[in-house]
Design a protein around this ligand. Sequence first.
Ligand code: PEP
Length: 251
Amino acid sequence: MRKYLIAGNWKMHKTVKEAKEFFENFLRKLKEKTVDREIMIAPPFTCLFACAEAVKGTPVSLGAQNACWEPKGAFTGEISPEMLKEFEVKYVIIGHSERRHIFGETDEIINKRVKGVFSAGLVPVLCVGETLEEREAGKTFDVVKTQLEEGLRGISGVSGETLVIAYEPVWAIGTGKTATPLQAQEVHQFIREKLKELFGEVADSIRILYGGSVKPENAGSILEQPDIDGVLVGGASLDPEKFYDIYTAGT
Ligand code: PEP
């Protein structure tokens, strides 16, 4: 019922030339074998035009790594959901831990972004997750609960097609440390219960992705967990072979 979403976040990596090379290799592998999972790649904004051309007619959807809440205006340095739609972008990652912790985005800003993306008809991928300090202090569930409640404040009428959540423990992002499948499942189950409180039974159709040092070697055991509906992959999504192996992991 929930189709896995295998998502790549390229962060601030790849020029247009490198993005085209990635797709040449990745799409060649997809031609050999596809599985019944959805694929999303979120390149830097500067590569969106080239990536939109590359993925036309393929099973790959495009994502963006952030978006403003307004359609246009005096917002230097921002990109609007309307602009992203020109490149067939479907998903927008919001509240990634790097936005929260390096650029100081608050739950309030993140909520504005989620609302802007949602009302423009794009699918927000709202990222939540605790730091190591918070985990060690036993605050994981409190942190995730607040990030969900605040990030989704004022949102209603969601479905499995219009909202995605990504649980990304900050201590596991880009560190090589991965939450064990059971550690991740425990938080995913908590997130699903929270989504049920907020939105009712539709929560059973909302995909909750795990992110944090996902690689071909650990993707299969992570995806086996009942409340894990896909992965959000940083580093390993830059390599077409590794990303393909994650896409097919466990099949
Ligand atoms: C991410 O950027 O969302 C991420 C999970 O990164 P990595 O896979 O490199 O840990």
